[in-house]
Design a protein around this ligand. Structure first.
Ligand SMILES: NC(=O)c1ccc[n+]([C@@H]2O[C@H](COP(=O)([O-])OP(=O)(O)OC[C@H]3O[C@@H](n4cnc5c(N)ncnc54)[C@H](O)[C@@H]3O)[C@@H](O)[C@H]2O)c1
Length: 356
């Protein structure tokens, strides 16, 4: 029996990973620690209980909250302020104290307990300006990298791990990159076993999408429930592209990595849906509309938020070559699952997801 601690365990990624873990390894003890900051996280609690996951109401900014926990063999660090826009219009301390200081508390806890440490980093460690400088073309309803064009760390397959890191990346990206550096040092200095995956967009049912984070469930919920949507930035045409990965595909990868820690520990991987699972928001509108046979008028604002980028697609070449893993669920599969969830849980979700 292993003791697994999932920080941010009532959030979208943490709660799903916990439930998959309990399904596959029912003998393990799984603890979900969360401060319930994310709106909607409280709806997850009965699901955790039903799966046999123990919930601890705690905050990773407080060392005492973590240290009161007992024996721990593996930490999945899934707590965060996950919005790239956090801090732009006000006090950045919550973001920094959670995403950097809090992560360091978790890392220190892992060192003391000799626990393995899994960190969900982000594509947002790559600098904004450098991504905006990519020679994108406008093809149909999306931006894309022209076939055959490439440079250091980028090609038509997306962004690879060696994409240059020089430049600003938002405070969110900076806290994640700083955490990565500490994790690397702890792995080297203390022999801690660690995994760092820089994820593109993760999504699926139970993601409490909002305007600044979780755009797939935001889009689907506004289409289904009759809300309001706007194409913002890069001229307002909705041609920004992201790759999307179902959280169950992330779990399948983590199982491979955790199952062979000596092979994957200390390394950093880009992980996402890849080119095959990429979509622009304009294409997303079209797909939502065709899946539920409903249209929605979408506003347009041409001005671009300072943190926004026109394109991000994970180049999965490294992780696929080392593990054999690749994403299983297509964009359409993911959307269909999300719509089913939104329909099944409408009484609980509608007010919450339409709130702006
Ligand atoms: N969802 C994505 O597209 C995506 C992409 C790349 C990386 N990530 C990373 O994956 C992780 C999980 O993201 P998510 O999408 O599940 O976000 P989420 O907001 O759904 O979950 C994060 C959870 O952390 C909790 N939390 C916030 N501050 C806390 C604190 N100080 N102490 C304890 N709990 C706290 C929140 O209440 C929430 O339940 C984050 O580290 C995020 O940066 C997410």
């Amino acid at each position: 029996m292993r003791n697994i601690l999932i920080t941010g365990g009532a959030g979208f990624v943490g709660s799903n990973l916990g439930q998959y873990w309990k399904r596959d390894f029912p003998e393990d003890r799984v603890i979900a620690l969360d401060n319930l900051k994310r709106r909607g996280s409280e709806l997850i609690l009965p699901r955790l209980k039903k799966s046999g996951i123990e919930f601890v109401h705690g905050d990773i900014r407080n060392r005492e909250d973590i240290e009161s926990l007992g024996k721990t063999d593996l930490i999945l660090e899934c707590s965060a302020e996950p919005s790239v826009q956090a801090g732009y219009h006000g006090d950045p301390r919550y973001l920094i104290n959670t995403n950097l200081s809090g992560t360091l508390n978790c890392l220190e806890f892992a060192r003391e307990r000799g626990a393995q440490f899994v960190f969900l980093s982000t594509s947002r460690v790559y600098p904004i300006h450098a991504i905006r400088q990519l020679p994108l073309e406008e093809s149909g309803e999306r931006f894309s990298i022209p076939s055959g064009k490439k440079g250091v760390g980028w090609s038509e397959h997306g962004i690879a791990e060696n994409f240059p890191l020089e430049g600003v990346r938002s405070l969110y990206g900076a806290t994640k990159l700083s955490s990565e550096l500490f994790i690397q040092e702890y792995a080297s200095m203390y022999g801690l076993e660690t995994i760092v995956n820089r994820c593109g967009v993760l999504t699926g049912p139970w993601q409490m999408g909002k305007v600044d984070q979780g755009f797939i469930t935001l889009w689907a919920s506004q289409f289904l429930y009759g809300g309001h949507l706007t194409y913002i930035g890069f001229g307002g045409g909705g041609r920004q592209v992201r790759d999307i990965l179902h959280v169950s595909d992330l779990y399948e990868l983590l199982k491979i990595q955790i199952g062979n820690m000596p092979k994957y520990s200390g390394k950093t991987y880009n992980v996402g849906g890849g080119v095959g699972n990429s979509i622009s928001i304009r294409e997303l509108s079209r797909l939502c509309s065709s899946l539920i046979r409903k249209s929605l008028e979408i506003d347009s604002v041409p001005d671009t938020h300072p943190a926004d980028i026109p394109y991000y697609v994970s180049d999965n070449s490294l992780i696929t070559s080392e593990t054999g893993w690749s994403p299983g669920k297509s964009v359409q599969n993911i959307l269909e699952e999300v719509f089913l969830w939104l329909k099944d849980y409408r009484p609980q979700l509608e007010d919450l997801l339409l709130r702006r």
